[in-house]
Ligand binder design. Structure first.
Ligand SMILES: Nc1nc2c(CCNCC3CCCC3)c3[nH]c(NCCc4ccccc4)nc3cc2c(=O)[nH]1
Ligand SMILES: [Zn+2]
Length: 378
């Protein structure tokens, strides 16, 4: 059954979650115009309408369900009207799975040099040609409607870390007003608009932000303003304060997270969706992710290591190639080397979330989490 059958314009509905044990962990199914997808889920990042170094066919093969793209980048280049003329992002990049676009707020603050934030929106200089640009809730929503993602994000400010209480309070209240403006500007049916909870590292601001956004009634909720340099225990404390205030039957998306240890903790608090550039980024400098931690396959130690990155891994790289071969490619600056480490890292995280889902469904998530954390060194 689709919990949101009765709702208008919402398609990212969330079937009855399967609760598990004493944790808030749950296994759900997310309904979108491009299919029904299993959670918990990791979403590969394809900032500029491509997941760097891998093809849509390979993404499908490794089990990717929803991929991310970015309004900020596509707005600057090639332009979101052009993508609309091309038939939308799915057609443009030949991806028939789910697509989620971030609203551009985070990138404006993290990428764009000099910027000015007002009630109206954010002025910034393009990191491509230095031109002065401006994003507002209305512009960001229109751009995302042009791109045609299945799930789009409200325009928000990701509060830097650390931030003064007063600034976090004013920014969070503005983000809530921007969420309301995003909602009013969102007129595309069949597309789900998620709000983003802010509040910095202040419990009371997190609770106010969550409560205000829940009363505006969105089909799903991003948790923003985290994984911005704060200590992990602080991130977990913010999750503990925020997640229980969000409706059980709606998806929760922890933005920009991350590594397997963070994923298993966040799932415990009831998070359903994750994205992070980490697996694709570290792959490009020769680091592979494994259940015991990171393996820098570029290191000399692996020059004559004819075993795969991970003998128990079912990915294309581990099924067919050795550490010695991949190290050779990376040292020789061969593009295929980056492709193999990227394929492995994406497969590793996609498979990890699948294993968490299985553990939740079999009511053994807490022991799965214990075993994993015991073996994984950060
Ligand atoms: N709208 C919005 N987006 C946020 C993002 C971007 C999520 N990925 C978007 C994709 C769309 C395309 C690009 C990315 C975040 N990413 C992180 N941490 C990433 C930290 C990190 C950085 C580099 C390597 C590893 C981890 N915190 C985030 C907070 C917010 C937020 O409040 N609001
Ligand atoms: Zn592998």
């Amino acid at each position: 059954t689709c919990a949101f059958a009765g709702q208008k314009k919402v398609l990212a509905a969330y079937e009855e979650a399967v609760k598990c044990g004493y944790s808030g962990a749950r296994a759900g199914r997310l309904h979108t115009p491009h299919g029904v997808f299993d959670t918990p889920m990791f979403m590969p990042v394809g900032t500029q309408a491509t997941v760097k170094a891998v093809s849509p066919r390979e993404l499908k093969e490794m089990g990717a369900q929803i991929i991310l793209s970015n309004t900020y980048h596509l707005y600057l280049r090639p332009g979101t009207e052009l993508v609309a003329e091309a038939g939308g992002l799915h057609r443009f990049m030949d991806w028939d799975g789910g697509i989620l676009t971030d609203s551009g707020g985070f990138q404006v603050f993290s990428l764009g040099p000099l910027r000015k934030i007002t009630e109206e929106g954010a002025a910034f200089r393009s990191h491509i040609d230095g031109s002065t640009q401006f994003l507002s809730p209305e512009i960001a929503i229109k751009a995302q409607m042009n791109l045609g993602a299945d799930i789009i994000m409200a325009f928000d400010e990701c509060i830097p870390y650390p931030a003064e209480y007063q600034y976090a309070k004013l920014s969070t209240e503005r983000t809530t007003r921007w969420a309301e403006r995003s909602q009013k500007a969102h007129t595309r049916s069949g597309q789900a608009l998620f709000a983003i909870v802010q509040g910095g590292m202040y419990q009371d601001l997190r609770r106010v932000s969550a409560n205000d956004l829940v009363s505006l009634d969105f089909p799903g909720y991003g948790i923003g303003g985290l994984s911005v340099g704060e200590p992990k225990p602080v991130m977990y404390e913010m999750l503990e304060q925020t997640v229980p205030l969000l409706p059980e039957n709606k998806p929760r998306y922890l933005m920009g997270v991350g590594t397997p240890d963070c994923l298993v903790e966040a799932v415990r608090y009831g998070i359903d969706m994750f994205d992070c550039v980490f697996p694709t980024r570290v792959a490009r400098n020769g680091t592979a992710m494994t259940k015991s931690g990171r393996l820098v396959v570029k290191n000399a130690a692996y020059a004559k290591d004819f075993l795969p990155i991970d003998e128990n891994c079912g990915c294309y790289a581990c099924q067919n190639f050795s550490r010695a071969y991949i190290r050779h490619l990376l040292k020789a600056d061969e593009i295929f080397g980056l492709r193999l480490t990227t394929i492995h890292n994406l497969y590793f995280l996609l498979d990890f979330t699948k294993k968490m889902r299985q553990a939740i469904l079999e009511d053994r998530f807490l022991s799965f989490r214990e075993e994993f954390l015991a073996q994984y060194c950060k």
